[in-house]
Design a protein around this ligand. Structure first.
Ligand SMILES: *[C@@H]1O[C@H](CO)[C@@H](O)[C@H](O)[C@H]1NC(C)=O
Ligand SMILES: *[C@@H]1O[C@H](CO)[C@@H](O)[C@H](O)[C@H]1NC(C)=O
Ligand SMILES: *[C@@H]1O[C@H](CO)[C@@H](O)[C@H](O)[C@H]1NC(C)=O
Ligand SMILES: *[C@@H]1O[C@H](CO)[C@@H](O)[C@H](O)[C@H]1NC(C)=O
Ligand SMILES: *[C@@H]1O[C@H](CO)[C@@H](O)[C@H](O)[C@H]1NC(C)=O
Ligand SMILES: *[C@@H]1O[C@H](CO)[C@@H](O)[C@H](O)[C@H]1NC(C)=O
Ligand SMILES: *[C@@H]1O[C@H](CO)[C@@H](O)[C@H](O)[C@H]1NC(C)=O
Ligand SMILES: *[C@@H]1O[C@H](CO)[C@@H](O)[C@H](O)[C@H]1NC(C)=O
Ligand SMILES: *[C@@H]1O[C@H](CO)[C@@H](O)[C@H](O)[C@H]1NC(C)=O
Length: 609
């Protein structure tokens, strides 16, 4: 090296001589102040120089500055020949291109390491006009990983004396060292003595990268429960700075209740017996507190909700809610009153009443209730009064029966109660006019008769004939003060049957005129007059039929030589017995039936004799 320097000196001297003698020249080196590169990338440091010497007279050398301040040569370039210094940390990763002929040489460093962040020197030595150097600082960058934020999980009380930890932000493996700024809402947070404290801590990883952590502590106020906290990370990149943000966190702030509120959550509106009532209590604070609600009839709850099922009027009263603060053990009390409405069973006075016919019916209907009530009287589903009192003058038998009274509590739906009253209308019996007191039947027919009798007390109804014979009553029914009595009489000739009804207030009777239809008068002259044509045609048809039957019988006897007249008589008897239950109403003026009766009568007559 020393030998080479001596040689060089000679050359320099020679060049110096040439310069002083001829044209004056100088060496100039131009380099960037700094080159910035991402860790692991390739850095290129350019050295530009001007010299009037040819390539042959120029020596270019690359150095870097050690931490001690010493220069360490890493590359040497002379007369088109170049070689890297061996045994330096950069030896394997550097190369230089350009021969110097163009006045540009580039030092390329591959896979840049953090320890490469050094000052590089390019020295250009001209044999004739001297030496010049340029310096470039190499800057290395590494983008940190995504930052993390962690908030405290437990709630923070506003009554806490000191500062409470809010959370921690952390960002790892950045180079150069990233910075963390806390934000509350959109405002950056700065430490304020006794109120806010931001404590950063920096770790240098074994790789040389930096990890930064920042812990935020502060005095929490009630308003902080609505605030969002986050961190902003600033870090350098080649050519500038960049930033990242963490997600936000919020804090649970505990502050004491100053007032309680208590309300009936359900049902809305009036409460009635049988309802399920939900009472709720709530405070304006957030401190952990134990709630208790209690009310009449030992109803209580160890929470902020009390549910009382199937309430009765005994649940009416004041309900008290107590919130006990678990930190200060102060309690707050609030109360609310609950009214359970009720409607008792209907009381009708009188429950049963006997009114003289033509008299006045008066009754009242009431039900004990916590609310004003409305009443309505109904008979057979028809409303007869819209009042608690029922007042009817000039009572008739039609007004006897069952009355229903329905009482409803105003304003509360579903609160309803009802009861019934029995009304008897006192008076002598009254037999309902029957539409058929004239009965015409063939002999021996069993005729059912019935009469409907009104009157109270219930009349005794009896049946008898005009000759004074008692006719047994077959059935007697009593509904709604109407007695229906029935009897059956056998037609044995013309006579009268009485239906007699009697009670303490009088009597009434109805006569049934029973007429027997004689075989001779089977076809009444009245009817012949009326419908002579139809009857004559029918008689002719019957005669033809009889002739036909006679003809067939004669033919039969002639063919078989047998007598079989008796069986025919038996069949006719059967037909007669089936006709026994003819009802009164069947006695209509129908042509066909009249004929049928006539035919039966004709056949019956010889049998009876
Ligand atoms: C240096 O070499 C690289 C390829 O290795 C080339 O792209 C670049 O242009 C060269 N620079 C100069 C100044 O010759
Ligand atoms: C606060 O965080 C909790 C979960 O930690 C979340 O449920 C709540 O919505 C957050 N509140 C706000 C205002 O972001
Ligand atoms: C309330 O509870 C106490 C004890 O449990 C009992 O003696 C008392 O009779 C209860 N009162 C009512 C109204 O149920
Ligand atoms: C509600 O209470 C009444 C009277 O105490 C009782 O008869 C009824 O069975 C109860 N109903 C329910 C659903 O508990
Ligand atoms: C309920 O609160 C009122 C005032 O809000 C108070 O006058 C009353 O005494 C309280 N009743 C009970 C039972 O605590
Ligand atoms: C109900 O009856 C009372 C007296 O009994 C009477 O003053 C009132 O007007 C009646 N109301 C109606 C709606 O009829
Ligand atoms: C006659 O009375 C019967 C029952 O008694 C009834 O069904 C019928 O409708 C009445 N006829 C007339 C015309 O009123
Ligand atoms: C039934 O009433 C009729 C007519 O009123 C009367 O003639 C008859 O005697 C009464 N019979 C009895 C048993 O009362
Ligand atoms: C009805 O008849 C019975 C016996 O037949 C008798 O004891 C009763 O007193 C009578 N009632 C009236 C109201 O006549």
């Amino acid at each position: 090296m020393a030998a080479r320097d001596t040689g060089s000196l000679l050359v320099v001297g020679l060049l110096l001589f040439i310069h002083t003698w001829g044209a004056w020249g100088a060496v100039e080196v131009n380099m960037e102040d700094r080159v910035e590169v991402e860790l692991g990338d390739t850095a290129q440091i350019t050295c530009m120089f001007t010299t009037e010497d040819g390539i042959g007279g120029t020596i270019i050398q690359w150095y870097y500055v050690k931490y001690t301040g010493e220069k360490q040569r890493i590359y040497y370039l002379e007369s088109g020949m170049s070689y890297a210094e061996k045994g330096t940390p950069l030896s394997d990763r550097i190369s230089v291109n350009g021969t110097g002929a163009t006045g540009v040489v580039v030092l390329t460093i591959e896979d840049v390491q953090l320890k490469d962040e050094l000052e590089f020197i390019c020295i250009v030595k001209s044999l004739t006009v001297g030496t010049a150097e340029g310096r470039t600082k190499l800057r290395v960058f590494h983008t940190p990983e995504m930052p993390r934020i962690e908030g405290v999980q437990k709630g923070i009380s506003v009554r806490e004396d000191g500062l409470s930890k809010i959370g921690t932000c952390e960002v790892n493996n950045g180079y150069p060292q990233p910075s963390i700024t806390w934000y509350k809402g959109n405002m950056p947070i700065r430490s304020v003595r006794g109120v806010i404290n931001v404590v950063p801590s920096i770790t240098t990883e074994s790789t040389g990268l930096y990890s930064v952590k920042s812990e935020l502590s502060m005095k929490v106020v009630k308003e902080d429960e609505d605030e969002l906290f986050y961190c902003e990370i600033k870090y350098s990149i080649p050519g500038g700075t960049n930033m990242m943000e963490t997600p936000t966190i919020n804090v649970t702030v505990f502050y004491p209740h100053t007032a309680l509120e208590m309300w009936i959550e359900s049902p809305k509106g009036h409460i009635k017996e049988g309802d399920t009532v939900t009472i709720q209590c709530s405070g304006d604070g957030s401190s952990p507190s134990t709630f208790t609600i209690s009310g009449p009839k030992n109803s209580s709850s160890d929470s902020d909700v009390l549910v009382v099922e199937n309430v009765t009027r005994l649940n009416t009263g004041d309900y008290v809610c107590i919130a006990l603060d678990m930190e200060s053990f102060n309690d707050i009390i609030v109360n609310t009153s609950v009214v359970v409405n009720f409607l008792e069973d209907v009381v009708i006075k009188p429950a049963e009443i006997i009114v003289p016919k033509g008299g006045e019916l008066q009754a009242t209907c009431n039900a004990l209730s916590s609310l004003p009530t409305k009443a309505a009287w109904l008979k057979n589903g028809q409303e007869v009064s819209k009042n608690h009192t029922l007042d009817v003058k000039d009572v008739t038998f039609d007004m006897a029966g069952t009355y229903e009274c329905v009482v409803t509590a105003q304003e509360v739906e579903g609160l309803e109660s009802s009861g019934a009253m029995r009304v008897h209308v006192e008076g002598g019996p009254k037999i309902q006019t029957l539409n058929s007191t004239e009965v015409e039947e063939s002999m021996d027919t069993m005729v059912p008769l019935s009469c409907h009798v009104r009157g109270y007390p219930h009349p005794n109804v009896s049946w008898s004939t005009s000759e004074g014979k008692i006719v047994p009553t077959t059935s007697e029914k009593e509904t709604n003060d109407v007695v229906i009595s029935s009897a059956i009489v056998k037609v044995t000739g013309d006579f009268i049957v009485y239906c007699n009804a009697t009670n303490t207030f009088g009597d009434d009777s109805v006569a049934f005129n029973i007429k027997a239809i004689k075989p001779e008068t089977a076809i009444p002259p009245k009817k012949v007059k009326k419908e002579s044509r139809g009857v004559i045609i029918a008689v002719i048809i019957v005669c033809i039929l009889l002739l036909a039957i006679l003809g067939s019988v004669l033919y039969f006897l002639y063919k078989k030589g047998k007598i079989c007249g008796r069986s025919g008589k038996q069949d006719l008897n059967k037909g007669k017995s089936g006709k026994d239950n003819i009802v009164v109403e069947m006695k209509s003026d129908n042509t066909e039936e009249a004929v049928l009766l006539g035919v039966n009568g004709e056949k019956q007559a010889p049998n009876d004799q």
